[in-house]
Design a protein around this ligand. Structure first.
Ligand code: PEP
Ligand code: MG
Length: 759
């Protein structure tokens, strides 16, 4: 059974259309369970708000009924499976009160019925049904098999459906839905051409692309193959003293596979048929790997992994020219699309060309989304149904407010989307009028608004004019876009630029906070639970060399300016704080000993680990200021990975539990007379800013693009009203209640436009 399961899932996942996938599925299930009939009914998404199932594939019932037999959830047994979202197993279906006879499908003689729902992340996609002539109850193994199969296939079916939609769009036909749903990543709307970026380690993410120069493409493929053969020979030679001959035989086998034979011939054929080398090789590799996977011999089955490894090596070579520069050209209106997008891929797009970002993985609180916000570029995250391989160079429209991706929007939709762009531009114009006005409530209370930054390009005159300083400089970004640790001088230059741009206003520079979803290519770390692992201050303390260099660079950059403040991330206990303080003091004394006139700046601590909330007293006594990292605090309090789109909907900073923790931190800081700010994404959310104003927060730090919208909110309320709203929020039981109340309050204040636009 397990073998059957593996094979069916593989077949369905590699099908190139929903139709083929479902046909394969019903045939294989009949064979595996030895049943007369297997059918798949899927929910018809083209009829919004109506729960209707349509028969999309069958083995055993009349073929002509496919696409025609429809039923509402309140009709028949299949409808009942959908309605209850649970399996139904009957030995005599006709005796069930919900039995409905559909004469058109020819199920007269079928007695037993087993239906299981197909559910993908809580969403019902359809129902998988098997039927049998004899009257019998399906046994537990059959039920378990079908449930397991439906659970494993749900993702593949969603993907196949989305691919089919895109293919229809490309042929000018109307798809079953207008857009692919993801999560809001960074607000704004944008239209452009999709540029699919991928890591060579992910074969599935390699897109299709038409060949423009056939000879050139064949030549690039051959060059890439020669380069990998060369690598194999070199590797083999260099491993001579380390690995025994039989282990090194793999290198020879790899080289042989690449020196001729079907791997090469099949790829060249595919290139001649019109797909570019990377896409053609991906298909060949997948086909060959599948043949090995289907073999009964375990040794041969494992060879499938070797073929894929070879595939990755060749595709990696195809991504770069001989001079090491990427082959990729970026159109004027680039929408960067990928399974997972890195800071390096963002930074590789020439300035001015990047108009939007779409990532299959991640959520609105992933660091790529935060970077996109810093760059004021719309982003959609967690678009898990997006068939990345199909949309390269297609026209796409992204709505970062609603988290939606539209491929080739049709005329009526295009008009609606263009209206959205206009509305957004109008709002931006209105907000610009606030630039020179203070962030002051109607009863005269002023809040300082700082900017979060990371990329040097954010530090521009426009930003410098809007912000009261930098409240969070994420130093990991300049570290991420390099290929090795930047040295002391290089770092000094980076920090100096920011300090100078804002002097005498404060610039809070955070020490390196890598780990989690912020990796350095030159410090690879593989962990089961990276967000609970080696990240933030933990790395800095284990590497005083890196930490001291960074602090020295900051102190030197501050000479003659004096507006630097140092912020420590991810601190969870007093000993970490003590060690970090002592290293900072060491860096300071070292510089003085070297006759470098530097002063010790204010040192602050991020409160972003739940343990720190309970240590707020001791922490506040030992540092000069506190800054709440609501992004991580939410992640750790709710036990929801901020980078995981599957649980993205559970990640909610408006949960009363999170709000209570934030209030406790603010009160703790006030008791000890220490300034406290908040630099997580909550600060840049208009409704979040309103609550924080009510909590007595005196300064907030946010993505540059949110500053004016937050200023508008602050100017729209009295502080007294904000306190009342915050107190009511804290008595509520759920984040959704808090959001509803805040939405109503914003609308009553005439600021509904700000939240409708999702700012
Ligand atoms: C936070 O956790 O809220 C924060 C500001 O830090 P980062 O998002 O960089 O982890
Ligand atoms: Mg953080």
């Amino acid at each position: 059974m397990l073998d059957f399961l593996r094979r069916i899932v593989q077949e369905v996942s590699s099908a190139d259309s929903l139709d083929t996938a479902l046909k394969m599925l019903v045939g294989s299930v009949c064979e595996a369970l030895d049943v007369t009939v297997c059918s798949v009914y899927l929910v018809d998404k083209s009829i919004p708000q109506q729960d209707e199932l349509v028969l999309l594939a069958t083995k055993g019932l009349r073929e002509e009924a496919v696409g025609h037999i429809r039923m509402h959830f309140d009709e028949g047994l299949t409808g009942l499976v959908a309605q209850r979202a649970e399996p139904i197993n009957l030995d005599n279906a006709a005796q069930h009160p919900r039995f409905k006879f559909f004469a058109e499908i020819g199920e007269e003689e079928l007695k037993s019925f087993l239906g299981v729902p197909i559910i993908n992340y809580g969403k019902l996609l359809g129902v998988l049904v098997v039927q049998q002539r004899e009257q019998r109850r399906f046994n537990d193994d059959h039920v378990a098999f079908l449930i397991t199969l439906a659970a494993q296939l749900a993702g593949a079916i969603t993907q196949a459906g989305a691919s089919e939609d895109i293919t229809k769009l490309m042929r000018g036909e109307r798809p079953s839905r207008d857009y692919i749903e993801g999560l809001p990543g960074s607000t704004g709307v944008a239209m452009g051409k999709a540029v699919v970026v991928y890591s060579a380690t992910d074969l599935e993410a390699v897109p299709d692309r038409p060949v423009t120069d056939l000879e050139g493409e064949l030549e690039s493929f051959r060059q890439a193959v020669y380069a990998v053969v060369d690598d194999m020979t070199t590797l083999n030679r260099s491993m001579q003293d380390v690995l025994p001959a039989e282990e090194r035989a793999l290198f020879d086998a790899f080289a042989m596979m690449l020196e001729g034979g079907s791997l090469i011939d099949d790829t060249e054929r595919r290139i001649k048929e019109g797909n570019w080398a990377s896409g053609a090789f991906r298909d060949t590799v997948k086909e060959h790997a599948r043949i090995f996977e289907e073999m009964d011999d375990m040794y041969l089955r494992d060879r499938a992994d070797d073929i894929r490894d070879l595939g990755r090596r060749v595709i990696a070579k195809l991504q770069f020219k001989e001079d090491g520069l990427p082959v990729r050209q970026y159109p004027e209106q680039t929408i960067l699309v990928g399974e997972e997008i890195s800071a390096v891929q963002l930074a590789a797009v020439p300035t001015g060309k990047l108009k939007g970002v779409v990532s299959v993985r991640g959520s609105g609180s992933s660091h790529v989304a935060i970077l996109a916000r810093a760059m004021q570029i719309p982003a959609v995250m967690g678009a898990s149904d997006l068939p990345v391989g199909l949309i390269d160079e297609q026209e796409v429209f992204i709505d970062g407010y609603g988290g939606r991706v539209y491929v080739h929007p049709h005329e009526a939709l295009r008009a609606e989307l263009t209206r959205l762009i206009d509305e957004e531009q109008q709002m931006t114009r209105e907000l610009l009028e606030l630039i020179d006005l203070p962030a002051q409530t109607q009863d005269g209370f002023t809040i300082s608004l700082f900017a979060n930054t990371g990329l040097q390009t954010d530090i521009n005159p426009a930003l410098s004019k809007q912000a009261d300083g930098i409240g969070l400089f994420r130093t990991e970004v300049p570290f991420q876009i390099r290929t090795q640790f930047p040295g002391e001088e290089e770092q000094e230059k980076i920090y100096r630029e920011a300090l100078e741009a804002f002097a005498p206003r404060p610039v809070v520079i955070r020490t390196l906070d890598v780990g989690g979803d912020k990796m350095l290519s030159y410090l690879p770390v593989y962990e089961e639970n990276p967000f609970l692992g080696w990240r933030g201050i933990r790395i800095s303390l284990d590497h005083p060399d890196i930490f001291i260099t960074q602090v020295r660079a900051m102190l030197k950059a501050n000479r003659g300016l004096g507006n630097l403040q140092i912020l420590l991330p991810m601190v969870s206990g007093m000993s970490e704080l003590r060690q970090a303080m002592s290293l900072i003091q060491r860096a300071h004394s070292e510089l003085l000993e070297e006759d470098c006139e530097v002063s010790l700046p204010p040192i602050g601590l991020m409160i972003e680990v739940p343990a720190a909330v309970y240590l707020i007293g001791p922490f506040a006594r030992h540092v000069d200021f506190l800054s709440i990292g609501s992004n991580d605090l939410t992640q750790y309090l709710l036990a929801v990975d901020r980078n995981n789109e599957r649980v993205g909907k559970l990640y909610d900073t408006f949960q009363p539990s999170v709000l209570s923790a934030i209030l406790a931190i603010i009160q703790g800081a006030h008791i000890h007379n220490k300034p406290v700010s908040l630099c997580g994404e909550l600060a840049g959310n208009p409704m979040g800013a309103l609550i924080l104003l009510g909590m007595g927060m005196e300064s907030l730090s946010m993505s540059a693009g949110s500053i004016l919208a937050v200023k508008r909110v602050i100017r729209g309320f009295t502080r007294e009203k904000a306190i009342d709203i915050m107190s009511r929020a804290l008595t509520m039981e759920d984040g959704s209640d808090v959001r509803l109340m805040l939405t109503q309050e914003m609308e009553a204040a005439g600021l509904g436009g700000l939240i409708r636009a999702g700012r």
